[in-house]
Design a protein around this ligand. Structure first.
Ligand SMILES: O=P(O)(O)OC[C@@H](O)[C@@H](O)c1c[nH]c2ccccc12
Length: 278
């Protein structure tokens, strides 16, 4: 059984338990069913921001424990102050050491869009995402059949949330983009080997229909990579480990964004000098 299958099987079991404990009718009493969500798509496209979706991730199946101690509140506020466009918060416990309360904490202290990073397989989890204050959910093409992916997307939209569809290859992209997501994310991590390569994003870039906002996910560790990805039309950049492996993830994020700006400016400066000389 692949790691993804294993995670999905565990999630399925947990969802059944939660359904019995907190039925949808109870979740619907949450204040977040009354409040207007913030658009991830819009924030990622904002020119005054970096496009970075900064992720709060304590642990992962590929890296083991990454950061046990960074507090959610300090980290997420710091990410946003550093110039991130949005937040992503892992809520899977067994494999990522996250929890719903982490997202609720992030929600309490931040007004930006928050992506619930989890393994969605049942409409119940979409209601749950809404009840804890998420603005967007992730749909992983490799983990779901097409009708389920569509059903979860429709439910998210009915609840005024957005959907980031995650693909790994051309075939998934071609089959799943019809579900009508708001953003398409290319995951640079190979789910079998866990290796990451930006090449995956570069190769898929032109296959993604223009109407979708493009996000590149995983393995981004250098500001230079963002400049490269932007040339290929990417506007969103999902970054977890590069920040979280620091004891001060928010500081790592601030340093990264500072470097991104200086490198960005240099490119513009060079262009100006070139223009002038011509
Ligand atoms: O830590 P990284 O390499 O920067 O990756 C972040 C994010 O892309 C990754 O956590 C991720 C991408 N898709 C997922 C699906 C489920 C859980 C986690 C993920």
């Amino acid at each position: 059984m692949s790691i993804l299958d294993e995670i999905m099987a565990n999630r399925r079991k947990e969802v059944e338990e939660r359904k019995a404990l907190y039925p949808v009718a109870l979740l619907e009493k949450s204040i977040f069913f009354e409040t207007k969500p913030v658009s991830l798509r819009k924030y990622v496209l904002r020119e005054d921001k970096s496009g970075i979706i900064a992720e709060y991730k304590r642990k992962s199946p590929s890296k083991g424990m990454i950061n046990k101690f960074a507090p959610v509140e300090r980290t997420t506020i710091g990410y946003m102050q550093a110039g991130a466009s949005a937040l992503s918060v892992l809520t899977d416990t067994k494999y990522f050491a996250g929890k719903n309360e982490d997202l609720q904490t992030a929600r309490k202290f931040n007004f930006c869009p928050i992506l619930r990073k989890d393994f969605m397989l049942d409409e119940y989890q979409v209601f749950e995402a809404k009840s804890i204050g998420a603005d967007a959910i992730l749909i992983i093409a490799a983990a779901l059949d097409l009708p389920t992916a569509k059903q979860l997307t429709d439910r998210a939209h009915a609840l005024n949330m957005e959907v980031l569809l995650e693909v790994h290859n051309r075939e998934e992209l071609e089959r799943y983009h019809e579900i009508g997501p708001d953003l398409i994310g290319v995951n640079n991590r190979n789910l079998k080997t866990f290796e990451t390569t930006i090449q995956t994003s570069l190769e898929l870039a032109e296959q993604i229909p223009q109407t979708f906002v493009k996000v590149s996910e995983s393995g981004i560790s250098d500001p230079q990579t963002i400049l490269r990805l932007r040339e290929y039309g990417y506007r969103g950049f999902l970054i977890g480990e590069t920040f979280m492996r620091s004891s001060r993830p928010e500081q790592a994020c601030a340093d990264f964004i500072k470097r991104l700006h200086t490198r960005g400016e240099k490119v513009v400066e060079n262009a100006k000098i070139g223009d002038f000389e011509a």
